[in-house]
Design a binder for this molecule. Structure first.
Ligand code: B1M
Length: 216
């Protein structure tokens, strides 16, 4: 039954049907399906397919936009359910954002939600965030982690810029920097001097725990 729901959620995103996506997300919670599985095995499959159709020229930008809107509509229902089981508190504060020039928010927001669900204090700056804003937020919050998301091959260069800006601001020793996003790899993270790379929201939480030596 869960696979059927995952397929329906994926299709609602591919079709850009926000109302269907929202209604299905509500049904999924009523059926006690795991909200993270609905996001990973349903919505994410749908948005990836949408991206493939865009890349192959079958979909244009409007379809990409309405697909993302449908995904966000369902996430608004599912994400609060991810937070409901929160029990532990860790001593981590993370400033997270999507780097300058990049408007992709869904993955970054999911990472932020999973970090919150696992006891981190999350300061989510949003998208298209210049390095200077990350730095101001680290200074204001005393964060010990910075998370930078990038979805474009052009904007992943901003992750490197952020790391040098943190060095220039004298903050590099204070924070561990983690990077992620579809085009980012572990070797790229190493090359730019990040402390770690995570490929999805669950591994981002594990990585953050390791980086600040929090008990598992
Ligand atoms: Co864009 N887009 N997009 N897009 N878009 C991609 C990235 C693309 C691969 C599509 C394609 O061609 N197949 C392509 C990039 C090509 C490249 O760079 N080589 C692309 C393009 C070209 C563009 C535009 C340039 C299109 C145009 O205007 N002609 C434009 C750029 C705008 C800009 O940013 N300046 C653009 C715009 C958009 C929309 C606005 C329409 C929309 C985003 C809407 C929104 O976010 N509100 C959009 C979408 C939806 C996509 C795809 C289809 C899906 C992205 C997504 O939300 N995935 C994407 C194709 C793809 O990625 N396969 C595509 C779901 C999400 C859960 O996954 O974001 O990967 P993801 O996050 C994951 C992991 O990566 C990881 O954990 C998350 C959860 O598992 N992760 C982290 C992410 N951040 C992390 C941070 C961490 C750790 C892990 O630590 C800090």
């Amino acid at each position: 039954m869960s696979q059927e729901m995952f397929d329906k959620l994926a299709q609602a995103v591919i079709d850009g049907e926000s109302e269907d996506a929202e209604a299905l997300a509500k049904q999924a919670l009523e059926q006690k399906l795991d909200p993270l599985a609905c996001i990973t095995n349903g919505l994410t499959v749908g948005i990836q397919k949408t991206g493939e159709l865009f890349a192959s020229g079958e979909y244009y930008l409007p379809e990409l936009i309405i697909g993302a809107d449908a995904m966000k509509a369902a996430m608004q229902i599912l994400e609060p359910a991810l937070l409901s089981g929160q029990e532990r508190e860790v001593t981590g504060t993370i400033v997270i954002g999507t780097v300058e020039g990049d408007l992709h928010e869904i993955g970054k927001t999911l990472v932020g939600t999973m970090m919150t669900a696992n006891g981190f204090r999350v300061i989510d700056l949003g998208t298209d965030i210049p390095s200077a804003d990350f730095i101001d937020a680290v200074k204001e919050s005393g964060a010990n982690l910075v998370g930078a998301s990038a979805l474009l091959t052009t904007t992943m260069l901003q992750q490197e810029k952020l790391i040098s800006s943190l060095k220039d601001a004298g903050l590099r020793e204070q924070v561990k920097v983690m990077v992620g996003g579809a085009p980012v790899t572990a070797s790229y993270a190493k090359q730019i001097g990040a402390d770690g790379y995570a490929e999805d929201a669950i591994s981002a939480v594990d990585l953050a725990m390791r980086l600040i030596d929090a008990p598992a």
